[in-house]
Design a protein around this ligand. Structure first.
Ligand code: ZN
Length: 113
């Protein structure tokens, strides 16, 4: 069953996670200490990170609002489907970015601002 925006929204609301804006350098440090499933992010520039121990999603504070919204979208896909492979998450992020309604993207922007 493909993930929809409704799934992501529900996963976020059910998780009780807070969204935290963290300097990118600090995110990279956290990723080094993270479990293996988080370490796959080390292949790319780290813009966001799920921090299960802290019930938080970290987003790089250097990003502008739209970039934060897309990063949050990516992390919410991880949250909704923890087993999904990174390249699949990347592809779905791009696909959803293009197909979200203005209201849906606005919800992400609101959370990420
Ligand atoms: Zn990822």
């Amino acid at each position: 069953m493909p993930l929809t925006f409704a799934h992501l929204k529900k996963a976020y609301l059910d998780s009780g996670y807070e969204i935290r804006f963290v300097p990118r350098q600090q995110l990279e440090g956290m990723a080094l200490d993270a479990p293996a499933e988080v370490k796959r992010h080390l292949d790319t520039n780290i813009m966001g990170l799920i921090m299960p121990d802290e019930y938080a999603i970290g987003i790089a504070k250097e990003l502008d609002t739209d970039e934060r919204a897309v990063t949050l979208l990516h992390e919410l896909i991880h949250l909704a489907d923890p087993m999904m492979e990174e390249d699949e998450v990347e592809a779905l992020t791009l696909e959803m970015e293009e197909t979200l309604s203005p209201q849906q993207f606005g919800f992400l922007q609101f959370l990420a601002s």
